[in-house]
Design a protein around this ligand. Structure first.
Ligand code: URA
Length: 224
């Protein structure tokens, strides 16, 4: 997988089944994920994976999952430390990687988004707080989307002995049963985006031939 965002760390690809029941979307890889090259294997990943193991035990089988992130690389701050991606950075990365991976591997039961950035890229809207969406079930290109808190938030609020952790387990089980009805529709985000790189001298021609008949366009102009 190539990525045009050259300013970032290495890109961590999705992990899990090609035919998932649940597609899990997180925020961005952390320190350990950058070393090992696998999403959600650090401390919050361990919390998530513990919850998934408890669900497996409860249902008597291993459910099929796929884990990905809104941003596949971790951006760095000025000191070179990993920082949280902005909404714009996550949207950029999701348009290139996440949406097409969901289209290629649609989950049979639904998408679980973890944290604010993950639900924001699915809705194509920078939501202000998890309170805005928690408890809702969205519809994203025919797939049910169930937002939940990010495991790092659960870790900061009592970890595996907290009520929130129990709620995460119930949340995963609820997605697997599929009984919850859709309450909100997300229609803004397209699954496949076309990219063209245009040189200065080609802009007029491309505008006439390629761009004017499109409903939405996004320009990224590089200056020197
Ligand atoms: N947090 C995330 O959101 N994703 C990871 O892969 C690891 C931690």
């Amino acid at each position: 997988m190539g990525c045009p965002c050259k300013i970032y760390n290495r890109m961590i690809p999705p992990e899990g089944s090609k035919n998932p029941e649940i597609y899990i979307v997180g925020e961005a890889p952390g320190k350990l994920e950058n070393i090992e090259g696998v999403p959600f294997i650090g401390e919050s990943g361990q919390l998530l994976r513990t919850a998934m193991r408890i669900v497996n035990k409860a249902i008597g089988r291993k459910f099929r999952y796929r884990i990905n992130n809104s941003c596949l690389c971790s951006p760095k701050d000025k000191e070179g430390n990993i920082r949280t991606p902005t909404f714009a950075e996550s949207m950029n990365c999701s348009r290139i990687h996440l949406y097409s991976d969901i289209a290629k591997h649609p989950p049979s039961k639904g998408i679980i988004t973890l944290g604010k950035l993950a639900i924001s890229v699915i809705l194509g809207e920078n939501i202000k707080s998890m309170k805005q969406c928690i408890g809702s079930v969205y519809e994203f290109h025919g797939i049910k989307v169930y937002p939940f808190y990010h495991p790092s938030y659960i870790k900061r609020n009592g970890g595996t002995s907290s009520l929130l952790f129990k709620k995460l387990i119930d949340h995963i089980e609820e997605v697997l049963t599929g009984k919850k009805q859709i309450t909100k529709i997300s229609t803004e985000v397209k699954l496949n985006y076309e990219y063209i790189v245009v040189k200065d001298e080609e802009v007029d021609k491309i505008f006439e031939e390629e761009i004017l008949n499109k409903k939405y366009i996004c320009l990224d102009i590089e200056t020197n």
